[in-house]
Each structure stands twice: as C-alpha cells, then as structure tokens.
Design a protein around this ligand. Sequence first.
Ligand code: T1G
Length: 656
Amino acid sequence: MGDLHFSDTVSGNIADRVLVVTIDNPPVNATSLSVRSGLMAALDYAAAEDAVRGIVITGAGKTFIGGADIKEFGKPPEAPLLPDVYLRIEQFGKPVVAAVNGAALGGGCELTLACHGRVAASAASFGLPEVKLGIVPGAGGTQRLPRLVGFVAAVEMIGTGRSLKASEALGIGLIDRIAAEALVADASALVDAMAGGELRRTGALVAKTISDADIDAAGAKILAKARGQAAPVEALRLVKAAMTLPFADGLAEERRTFLRLRDSQEAAALRHVFFAERAAGKVERLEKVTPRDIRCVGVVGTGLMGSGIAVSALNAGYQVIGVEQSEEGAAKGHERIAGLLDKAVQTGRLDAAGREERLRRLTVVSDLNALRDADLVIEAVFDDFDVKTDLFRHLDDVVRTDAILATNTSYLDPDAIATATCHPERVVGLHFFSPANIMRLVEVVNCARTESEVLVTAMTFAKRLGKLAIVCGVTEGFIGNRVFSAYRREAELMVEDGALPHEIDQAMEAYGFPMGLFAVYDMAGLEIAWARRKRQAAKRDPNARYVDIADRLCEAGRFGQKSGRGWYAYPDGKRTVDPDVTALVVTERTRKGIKPRSLTADEIMTRLLRAMADEGQTLLSEGIAIRASDIDLVMINGYGFPAHKGGPMFAAGIAA
Ligand code: T1G
C-alpha cells in the first residue's frame, strides 16, 4: 500500500512528481465500487496538487484488472459508474499512463484505452472477453478500441473475446511499449515525456477508414461463429458505429446495448458457466490435500487417444514415455505424436523450436519396464476388460509404489480394473475426450478405493494440461455418456413417434448445437455402438421400448459418413435427407403399430432437454456428479451443448 489512501482498494505514492496509483482488490482487482471511487479520489488529488505532473495506474499482484465485478451484475449499479470514471481519465488535464502488470481484461482493458499512454510488462495480456459473458464492453471499449487499432483488429478482439499477449498488443498499436525493466519507472518516464504537451485522447482519434468489403469480410467471420448468440452480433454493430457516429453518441449506444444484454437470459447462462468453471475444481473435503509432484508421465498405448494425451502432457512441460507392444508400434506411435506436433506448427499454434523441445522430452518404447521412473501412468489401450486388467497387473510390478495409475476407459468399470491390482488406492480414472490434445474436458473418475491424494493429484494434473477437470463417480459411461445415452434414447423414440432424424437435427442446430445428433452419429460411425448393442442384447429389459432403426441401418451396411450412407446420404460428400431412411422409419412405425404425429422444433427440444435434466438429476441423487453445474460443463465441453444456454441443468432451472 502506498502512503496515500484513496479507498480500501486504491492507494498512491508520489515518486519524481508522478502519482503512482495502485489498485489492490484481490483476487483479480475487479473494478468494484471501492476501486471506482478510489480512482475518482486519486484524480481529485492529482488535479489539486500542482506538484503532481501526471499519473501512473497499476495493479497489485499478478493481474492488472480482471474487469468489472461479475458478482455485481445482478445488482443496481452505484455511482461513480465505470464509463464516467474512464471519461474523466481521458479528459484529465495531466497525462495518465497505464502500467499494465498482468491481465487487463474487460473493464481493465477499457481503463488502459482511456489512458493517454500504455506500457505493459511482457507477461501482460489484453482482452475484451465480454461476449463470452453474453454482453458487450460497457465502458467505452467498442468505441475506443477501433479508434486506436482500426476496425479489423477491434472486431476480431471484441467479437471473439480472444486475449492478446503484450507482443501482439504492441503489434496492432494497442500499447505504446513493452517495459524494458521496471514497469512503473518506464510508465513514469512516459508521463514525463508527455507532460506539458498535447495529450493523445483515444476518444478524439478518428478510426482509419477501410473499404466496405473489408468491413464485411471481418464481420462475416464473427457472424459465422455466433450460432444464434446476440452478443457478437451487437458487438459488431457497435464497432461499426464507432466508424461513423460521434464519440459521445457511440458511447451512449454502447451503454444502452450493454444494459439490455446484461439482463438477458443469454448473459445469465454464460455467467453461470463462468462461475461453474471456477467451482468445478473444488472438492469440499479435499481442499487441504496437497497433490503429489508429477514430472514424468507414462502413456501406454499411443493410438488416436494415447497420442493426443501424450501431446497434451508434452505441451504442459512433462517428460513423456510412451509404451507400445512392439518396436514397430513404438516407431509408429512416435510418428503419430510428432505428426500432431507438426500440425500444430502448420497451424501456427507452435513454433519449430517448441516442437523440437517437446520431442526431446518424449521417448516411445516397447518395454513396460521403462515406466519404472514414471510418477503417473495413463493407459489408453484397447477398451477391453482383460487387456486393461492384464496391463494394470503388470504395471503394479513395474512402477514405483507412489506412482499413480490412471485408466482412460470409456465404458468399463474402473473399480473392477483397480481391484485387479495390489494397490487399488492408487488407481483413478482420467477420461479424456477425442482428440485429447484439443478437447478441453476430462472426467476425473473417483473410484471406490481411490485415495484423496491420488484424486487431487489427478485433478491438478488435468488442470495443468489446461483441461477442465470434472470429478465423477463410477458409473457406466460416467457423467457425459450417461446423459448422452438418455437424450439419444429420447431422440430415437421421437423418430418412432413422428419426427424425422433431420427434423431433430434441425431443432438442435436452431437451439445452438453445432451439429444435430444424427449428423454426429454419421460422422462418428454407427458400427461400434451397433456391436455394443448386440453384446448387450441379452441383458436388455424385454419390456422396455427399444428402437430398432439404427440396427436396421447397420444391417443395410449404412455405417455413416465413411460408408457414404447412414442416417443421411452423402452424394458428393454433402449431407442430404435420404428417402430410403424415411421409408425405413415409416416401415418400423407401421410394424410397431405407432400412429405418427409430427413434432414441432419446440416440442423436440423440450423432450430432449427434459431427458438430459432427468438423467442429470439421477446422477446427482446417486452421488455420481457433485453439483448440477458440473453436469452442465460436461455437456457443454464434451457434447456440443451451447454454452449460451447454460447447460441442460441450468436450462431446466436446476442449477441457478
Ligand atoms: N468478477 C468477479 N470475480 C472474478 C472476476 C470478475 N471479473 N474474474 C475472476 N473472478 C474470481 C473468480 O470467480 C475466482 O473466484 C477468482 O476471481 C480467481 O479467478 C464494464 C462488463 C482475471 C484471467 O470476463 O478471465 O469488465 O473461485 O481462478 O486463473 O465492459 O479470472 O476464487 O472465489 O479465474 O488467475 C470481463 C474473467 C468482465 C475476466 C484470472 N472480465 N476472469 O485468472 O484466476 S465484464 C472477465 C478471468 C466487464 C466492462 C465489463 C480470470 C483472470 P474464486 P481464476 P486466474
């Protein structure tokens, strides 16, 4: 804290005639009321003191400002309002420079835009993530950013919510410089350089004109991804307005839009998702358990799943040992992993040096004994009970006593796999989604005998991979596949009842799913599920309603997209409704004596959502899922449920 006290969260001190204002409002220096009023008090002070030549604003801790306080969104705003504070900064008679020490997000980024100069630490980042919360920037961001960096870069940032590193921010002219050594000293030097001169006020700048074609092209990219959400569309409209409207009118329009969106269902849903993600990592009785140190990760099986897991672990900085059954298999596994890294280089997500460095941390061998030094071994071999139990028994003999064994099984019982070992307490499930290096979701399966420390270590590991880790109890298919099975069943029942597959898909896509269920089936292939159904046929309840249509499709050799036909036909690769499938559906309905009745898109979605929420309730009552919001996150991140609808439990009013 500095010598000068402006509010509970804002303090200042004077060095070389510059007032250095520090915002200290843990955890992320959100611009809550005491920050806003503290900034106003600091401006009052600096205006009155002749000895003060200018102001530097910085943040305490690792964040500069994480934005407006999202927890305050439901409450009536209290003056001074953020846009007014920023307008005052912009119009201030002495130079105000932001010394950006960490993430400057939302209202934090907007504060920097209102300043006369911006200096950043190399670890700083800049973003306007409001669209991810279903809103638009509400403190001048949509009007100031295009004036500073131009239309295209502004639309890209505001329309997607993507953050930029300091170096990228410098590249587009968002900041003046990256601090060489001492951030605050550098920012103070900029104040000195500006003092007495004409100040560069962002609101007074004129955005560089660009052609209508360029405007349309940049806008089209945003609209293509909006999938029915209002916020990106409004963001685009506001940034366009900045090119034509006077600054004050643009600000007023931004404010109106911000307030309207803030109270929308879409914003409530996305706020729910934001807090759900923060809650997900927390397991009450485990808060005080310290995770084990993991450095070396073994991955047994380097096929599609294993190679993705290996790449994730390499990206997170781990030593990785892949194991295959033969020399030849090991060589292929190495090739697959290197191939995934190559792809990352081609798409610009990784540079050549990063690729080399990762490959130096990788070995792929054909000998399980290589895992004697591993801290964690993840098996990603064929999903067969005997194969997995055999492997775990072997591993038991090879690995250190404190090493953790994780299974990536999707459908087998991990408790039974654990029981096959001498130390079931060190067995845990890590259920990755394919492709594992891309998909964010990991279900961390807490088996009957998993030790707390093992569970916490697995959660911490998944988070270090950059994944969203959701704790889940043991059940067939875990959270995601249980809910998926429930709504898949409902969808197939609806096909019998009167809706055609493409009508269900259209209803889901209109709701916000990137793809309907039957299109997804065709993409994934129908034969694996068919084989499973045949295996389980004997166990099926003969009195339960069973829909045969998928079986009929498979019997007719319609295995989905790769065989050119499935629930749809694919002439020239394009998904089209197939009259043969419609005929097959009609035959099945007649055979069962069902009198079809057509279903509206609303009815379809109501039934699908109810099936999901009911299964979610069952998972909660069985203790498989800890909280309703975890189920929402699984469906959003693993199954394409639209985030802006909050997840099936939120949509049903179960998770507030
Ligand atoms: N408001 C309230 N709480 C917040 C918060 C915020 N903006 N940001 C984070 N938290 C809480 C979070 O719930 C957690 O709490 C703790 O801080 C640590 O978060 C007018 C309309 C800043 C990069 O969308 O991206 O500005 O669980 O675990 O990994 O236009 O938090 O410990 O109780 O994520 O170090 C726009 C959201 C707001 C930024 C830090 N801002 N935050 O990451 O910690 S809208 C955002 C983040 C706006 C203006 C408008 C990250 C972070 P708890 P964490 P982290």
